[in-house]
Design a binder for this molecule. Structure first.
Ligand code: FE2
Length: 385
C-alpha cells in the first residue's frame, strides 16, 4: 500500500463517508516555525536585527554550549523566529553556502504536528531528502525534525515540538542580553518569496502543488508586472489551511535586465528573495525602522497622486503614508499597506517587506509598476540594469 493509499484510508470517517476536505491537505502546517539565515558574522547580524528590526534575544548555541562547528543566535518577535548561523570551519556545508550565495536564507522551517508523516507524505510524492526524521532531546523534552530540498539550495525543515518545553530547541540555551531595543510590533511572517531561474516558475509551483499539497492562489503574468524595461511573472502558492504563502517569481523578457535576473546573478542561482513581515501598525513600525537606520525603496511622490483613485477610501492619513513611502493596494476583500526595504546585504539579494493587511488576503497588482520603477532606479545606480 502506497503512502497515498494510507492517506486516503485515514481520511475515511467511521461512518464510511469520505471527508473530502481533509483528503487534499496531506501536509497540515501550523505556521512558520523559524527562518534560518547562514551569515558571515552572526554576532553582528544579530545586533542589526535587534537594533534595526526590534527582534528580541531568545536563544544561543555555540562553543559555550558544546557546538564546535557553528554559532547560532535565535531572535524572536511575537510569532517570528529568526536564526542566524555562522560556521567555524571553511569546509562545512554552511561555509559553502555563504561562499556561493553570500548571507541569505537557508532554512524555511515549518511547524507540523508530525515530522515523520510530513517527511513521508512529501518524499513519497517526489521531494528530495535533506534530513531523514531524527529526534533530538534534552532535559526540556524532545523535538522531531526532518527536511526536504526546495528551490536552489534552500530547504524546508519540518519541526514537531509538541513534546518540547525548552526555550527553542535541544542544544540551545536561553540568551540573556543586556542590550534589548524595543520591538516594532511585528506579528508573524506573512509570506516568503522564492526567485527561480527563467522557465522554472511552473516547475516549482507544481512542486508545491504536488509534493506539498499547496494551491495556486493567484498568478501574475508579465503583462501584470512590467515596466517600460523589465518584467517578471509570479505564482502565489498557499498551503491547504492558508497559513503559509510562497510566491514564486521568474524573470520575463524585457528590454533590460529584470530584477529577478539580477538577484539570480548575485545569489548564484535560485533563492529566497524577500521575507514579508506582518504588523498591525505599519506607520509605527516603519517610522521606527527609519529612525533605526533601515533603508527603504524610494516611492516616487507622483505615486500618491493617483493612489486614492485606485484603492478608494482608507483609514490612514495619505500624507503620512507618502512621507514614509508606504504603498497601498487592494484585492476584492479589502486593502493592504506595504513597503520594501533595500537589500539587507551588499549583494543585491535578500530584502524585507513590511505589510499590514486591512481585509485583503491576497495580493493586488497596482503597486508593481511603481515598485519596479523604483528597483530599476537602484539597478541603474548599481550598473546592473
Ligand atoms: Fe511580498
Amino acid at each position: 500500500m502506497s503512502t497515498t493509499d494510507l492517506t486516503a484510508v485515514k481520511n475515511y470517517s467511521y461512518s464510511g463517508e469520505k471527508i473530502f476536505s481533509l483528503a487534499k491537505d496531506f501536509l497540515p502546517i501550523n505556521g512558520t516555525d523559524y527562518v534560518e539565515l547562514y551569515v558571515g558574522n552572526a554576532k553582528q547580524a544579530a545586533h542589526y536585527y535587534k537594533t534595526a528590526f526590534g527582534f528580541q534575544s531568545l536563544a544561543y548555541s555555540g562553543l559555550e554550549t558544546g557546538d564546535k562547528e557553528k554559532t547560532s543566535y535565535v531572535l524572536q518577535q511575537d510569532k517570528i523566529r529568526l536564526v542566524l548561523t555562522t560556521p567555524f570551519n571553511p569546509d562545512s556545508e554552511i561555509s559553502e553556502h555563504i561562499k556561493k550565495h553570500g548571507d541569505g536564507v537557508k532554512v524555511i522551517a515549518l511547524w507540523v504536528d508530525d515530522a515523520h508523516e510530513a517527511f513521508y507524505e512529501t518524499v513519497s510524492r517526489g521531494a528530495k531528502i535533506y534530513l531523514s526524521p531524527e529526534t533530538i532531546s534534552d532535559a526540556d523534552g524532545e523535538v522531531v525534525r526532518s527536511g526536504i530540498y526546495t528551490y536552489g539550495d534552500t530547504i524546508h525543515l519540518f519541526i514537531e515540538r509538541k513534546n518540547y518545553n525548552g526555550v527553542f530547541m535541544p542544544g540551545f540555551e536561553k540568551w540573556e542580553s543586556e542590550y534589548n531595543p524595543s520591538d516594532l510590533g511585528f506579528k508573524y511572517i506573512d509570506h516568503m518569496v522564492g526567485n527561480v531561474e527563467l522557465g522554472d516558475m511552473t516547475k516549482w509551483a507544481k512542486f508545491y502543488e504536488d509534493v506539498m499539497g499547496f494551491a495556486n492562489l493567484v498568478t501574475f503574468d508579465d503583462k501584470d508586472i512590467s515596466t517600460q524595461y523589465t518584467a517578471l511573472m509570479s505564482k502565489v502558492m498557499t498551503s491547504g489551511n492558508g497559513r503559509i504563502k510562497f510566491p514564486i517569481n521568474e524573470p520575463a523578457h524585457g528590454l533590460k535586465k529584470s530584477q529577478i535576473e539580477e538577484y539570480i546573478d548575485f545569489n548564484k542561482g535560485a533563492g529566497c528573495q524577500h521575507i514579508a513581515i506582518a504588523t498591525n501598525d505599519i506607520v509605527f513600525s516603519v517610522s521606527e525602522m527609519r529612525k533605526r537606520g533601515v533603508e527603504f525603496l524610494h516611492v516616487p511622490g507622483s505615486y500618491y497622486d493617483t493612489v486614492a483613485d485606485r484603492v478608494g477610501i482608507i483609514e490612514e492619513d495619505m500624507a503620512i503614508l507618502k512621507q514614509l513611502g508606504i504603498m497601498v493596494d487592494r484585492d476584492e476583500e479589502g486593502y493592504l499597506l506595504q513597503i520594501f526595504t533595500k537589500p539587507v546585504e551588499d549583494r543585491p539579494t535578500l530584502f524585507f517587506e513590511i505589510i499590514q493587511r486591512k481585509g485583503a488576503k491576497s495580493f493586488g497588482k497596482g503597486n508593481f509598476k511603481a515598485l519596479f520603477e523604483s528597483i530599476e532606479a537602484e539597478q541603474e545606480r548599481r550598473g546592473t540594469l
